[in-house]
Design a protein around this ligand. Structure first.
Ligand SMILES: [Zn+2]
Length: 269
């Protein structure tokens, strides 16, 4: 793992966190996993799905042209491949509502609406967020094994969804944020994501706002917000993979793709 400096507008705003590149799972799923978390948390099911192959595509978008039966088969493959019983998923709204999964849930796929983040302390519950340039934010409370997963685009980040999830995980786990591990998965990178002044103002409210469109590194911003919320930089990592400029294993909304990958997180034991 390389420790690198993510530089943004100026060195003053640099965040010293690890940059990691997910590796493709050895199983038959197109699942890209955090290479260090695989060994650090053997009890964890974690990763981001990819496009799959031409002969075996793995688009998990609910609002594209994938037939419902094909979509359900892919969800069941994902459950089997990750050793989980129930996948929970929400139609996302770029909001900051957090669903908490603490009661038993029947096996299968539970589809709800209006949440952009999930928390659970249960075994066998696969949290999922739909992604195609936005950031899947994975959080692990190591002692209690409580988990959180958020979908953070610029609106979610500006609305403090990451801070909200950190607070929720702290309540659920009884652990302090400095014990949490956080990873920002494959997403659009800080070179590709050119956005207007309103995005900069929302994501970085205390910085000078550029007068013209300028790239922003959403994952660096999320890491910086997590550190401000009490996490330790040495427990934070960000993916070095960009959904737009490469590799080509992921769907990119800005790249014109209607497909969606899933960030997934669950407990095996
Ligand atoms: Zn890029």
């Amino acid at each position: 793992m390389n420790r690198s400096l993510l530089t943004e507008a100026s060195p003053d705003h640099a965040v010293d966190v690890a940059i990691v590149k997910e590796v493709l799972d050895v199983g038959d799923l197109p699942l890209w996993r955090h290479p260090d978390w695989v060994t650090r948390f053997p009890w964890l099911a974690q990763g981001t799905t990819g496009r799959g192959t031409d002969t075996e595509p793995f688009d998990l978008g609910s609002f594209g042209d994938v037939p419902a039966g094909t979509l359900m088969n892919r969800w069941h493959r994902l459950l089997r491949g990750t050793g989980q019983q129930t996948a929970v998923h929400s139609r996302q709204v770029h909001g900051v509502e957090v669903a908490e999964w603490v009661e038993p849930i029947p096996p299968g796929l539970l589809y709800v609406s209006g949440y952009d983040a999930h928390l659970t302390n249960r075994l066998g519950v696969l949290l999922s967020v739909s992604i195609a340039d936005c950031v899947p934010v994975f959080l692990v409370a190591e002692q209690s094994r409580a988990l959180a997963l958020a979908h953070a685009g610029w609106r979610g980040a500006a609305g403090s969804i990451v801070e909200k999830v950190i607070g929720g995980l702290s309540r659920m786990s009884g652990e302090a944020p400095e014990t949490f591990w956080l990873h920002c998965g494959p997403a659009i990178c800080g070179v590709c994501y050119e956005v207007g002044p309103e995005v900069h103002a929302g994501v970085h409210p205390f910085r000078e706002v550029p007068s013209a469109p300028k790239p922003i590194d959403l994952r660096a911003a999320i890491a910086s917000r997590a550190i401000a919320a009490g996490l330790l930089s040495e427990r934070i990592s960000v993916s070095g993979l960009c959904t737009l400029c490469g590799p080509s294993d992921f769907f990119s909304h800005r790249g014109g793709s209607a497909g969606r990958q899933m960030g997934v997180l669950g407990r095996l034991a």
